[in-house]
Write a new protein. Sequence first.
Length: 190
Amino acid sequence: MAEVLLFHHAQGLTEGLRAFADRLRQAGHTVHTPDSYDGNAFATLDEGLAYARETGFGEVMERGVRAADGLPAELVYLGFSLGVMPAQRLAQTRPGARGAVLLESCVPPSEFGGTWPAAVPVQIHGMDADPFFAGEGDIDAARELVKEAADGELFVYPGDRHLFTDSSLPTYDTEAATLVTDRILAFLAR
């Protein structure tokens, strides 16, 4: 079974993300869920982004990166939207990574000073009309990363929702989220 370090999105460590982590645990995986927002969770994406802006996006990412301190090197890094930044950075730069799952966000591998490591499998998920994932170029970065990776998969779902995998938010898409979860569980089982 895999050991997973899961990073929350801009609305914080919501009940939906806790439920997602519990689903992975039920499948036998160990899941760590650090809170980069000091216990704050927000009802709207705008409120969560305002908190991240006030705290500093760099500081939020560094809190995520520091969450790996003291944990084994052999982790799968899983990030939701804003949480992709520490997940992708650790997967690319911390030796021993077993894999990465990036949901609804992606940056070019060059953002973290190099190419995607050949030994690290990666899975990326997002919606084809999500204003952030598709509209801000993350889908292009995801395509680039998957091309570069020796073992990379990009799954694109029809729809225009952001944070569609969080069951506690109004943007939740049951059908797409179920498929995402099944694909992640298959990835972790490898």
